[in-house]
Design a protein around this ligand. Structure first.
Ligand code: TRP
Length: 450
């Protein structure tokens, strides 16, 4: 079976796919809005420190286990085990990861559907169809089912085509478009009046906030979500990586790209909010906090685009295209987690497995859409706040304690022969055994207490 496994065709292919997974709505929406609600630049600073100190080592744990085992998350974690107990525990953690990946995909699909609906709206302006435009931008169960369903189909089409022809091909095509659109939008927004005020808030840290526990907890959650950690996404992508590549180096590149794009997205969103204020829009809520939730993306920014006249229609298209692309390259990485397991464990053909699982996950999305108030926030908290950090700890434990140290070294050595004498090998093994689990657990209990 392992001979038939797909593989990324090149280093660039892997970086595009893994960065495509990491760079998503979490970067373009989550990061700037968390920055806004945590007082600006201080959050940015703490975020970068945690991304490299905590998230990068955890990412390495996933990539190493994945490439070592060359299999889906359930088989990988159980094969790493050296006793019946650790093998069973591994399989259990793997299944838990699969459930959480699927649940993340179920709410992500809904949000991505909103992005596509809003991408349609400026076209209704060009076609002079105002009723259709209103329908697209007004919340309704029908709209969410149609656009969520459409997005789920795109995700399934890509994953059904496999690693090289699906994931790699589309990530490699879409990531440069995403970066291009992002830079184009920044150039435009920064020339608008009011932008400089936002830039100041974003770039000049208020050092007194750096030790705020809520800020630290938020930054850790954001770093884990942004690097797609905990649920086996990166483990599975690592399993498609050739033994010739250096894992520590590729992991570092992916972390850098992810942080870089989050930072760049902040250069767009925060100044844009202040441009909106300059144009007479309200950007603070009753509590005096900068608007951060869905109303930022779906009200403040669209009314900013409206106030830009004819150019605004095209800026809106670029912005929602950016959001939709970011969402696709991430959602495919979530669907790959359950699909790879079903294909490898049952032998059901890839396309069939993809449509089967994709359909089940869409049924979960539909259930959330129909019971939106009760379920949407609940599923987000259950997956991102409670499950991802715990799974992250388990993956660090499997890499640090369960996987034999010789095998660990052999794996990182492959593609990076002189690793034994590097700073990475001096620090990382101890780090992933003690520092990561303890720091994650401390931050996690803080977040429960908060
Ligand atoms: N990292 C993506 C983002 O920033 C989302 C994502 C993709 C993800 N795969 C994941 C999050 C796995 C958690 C787990 O939007």
């Amino acid at each position: 079976m392992s001979g038939a496994r797909g593989q990324f065709s090149s280093k660039t292919g892997f970086v595009m796919a893994a960065a495509g997974s990491a760079v998503g709505l979490g970067n373009i929406w989550g990061f700037p809005t968390q920055t806004a609600s945590n007082g600006g630049a201080a959050f940015v600073l703490v975020y970068f420190v945690l991304a490299f100190l905590l998230a990068y080592p955890a990412l390495m744990a996933e990539l190493i286990i994945g490439r070592h085992a060359k299999s889906n998350v359930v088989s990988a974690l159980s094969s790493v085990g050296n006793s019946t107990f650790t093998r069973r525990l591994g399989a259990g953690v793997g299944y838990y990861g699969i459930i959480i990946a699927s649940l993340i995909l179920s709410f992500y699909t809904i949000v991505a559907g909103w992005m596509i609906a809003h991408l349609g709206q400026p076209f209704t302006v060009l076609l002079d169809m105002p009723e259709a435009g209103t329908w697209l931008t007004t919340n309704s169960t029908t709209r969410d089912l149609i656009f969520g369903g459409g997005f789920a189909c795109i995700t399934m089409l890509i994953i059904g085509s496999g690693i090289e022809n699906g994931i790699e091909k589309w990530s490699t095509r879409l990531m440069p478009v995403l970066i291009g659109l992002l830079l184009l939008l920044i150039c435009y927004v920064l020339t608008q009046p009011g932008a400089m005020e936002g830039l100041k808030i974003y770039l000049l840290p208020d050092m007194s906030r750096v030790s705020d526990p809520k800020l630290i907890v938020d930054a850790m959650g954001q770093a884990f979500f942004s690097l797609s950690l905990g649920v086996g996404t990166m483990l599975v992508y690592g399993s498609y990586l050739s033994k010739e590549e250096s894992l520590p180096r590729l992991g570092a590149i992916v972390t850098l790209v992810d942080c870089g794009i989050a930072f760049t997205a902040g250069l767009l969103i925060i100044p844009a909010v202040y441009v909106a204020q300059h144009n007479g829009l309200t950007i603070f809520d009753e509590a005096g906090e900068l608007i951060a939730g869905p109303s930022l993306i779906f009200q403040v920014l669209p009314s900013l685009f409206d106030s830009m006249g004819a150019a605004g229609t095209y800026v809106a298209i670029a912005f929602f295209a950016l959001m939709s692309i970011a969402a696709v390259t991430s959602s495919i990485s979530m669907l790959e987690v359950p699909v790879s397991m079903v294909v490898e464990k049952t032998g059901i053909e890839r396309k069939k497995s993809t449509y089967l699982i994709g359909f089940v996950i869409f049924l979960i999305s539909a259930t959330i859409i129909v019971n939106f108030d009760a379920l949407f926030g609940f599923v987000i908290d259950l997956t991102t706040k409670y499950s991802e950090p715990l799974l992250g700890v388990m993956l660090c434990i499997f890499a640090g304690w369960v996987l034999h140290r010789d095998k660990l070294l052999a794996e990182v050595k492959s593609g990076h022969p002189d690793i034994e004498h590097s700073l990475f090998w001096k620090i990382w093994p101890t780090y992933v055994r003690f520092v990561c689990p303890v720091l994650i657990l401390v931050t996690f209990t803080q977040s429960l207490a908060g």
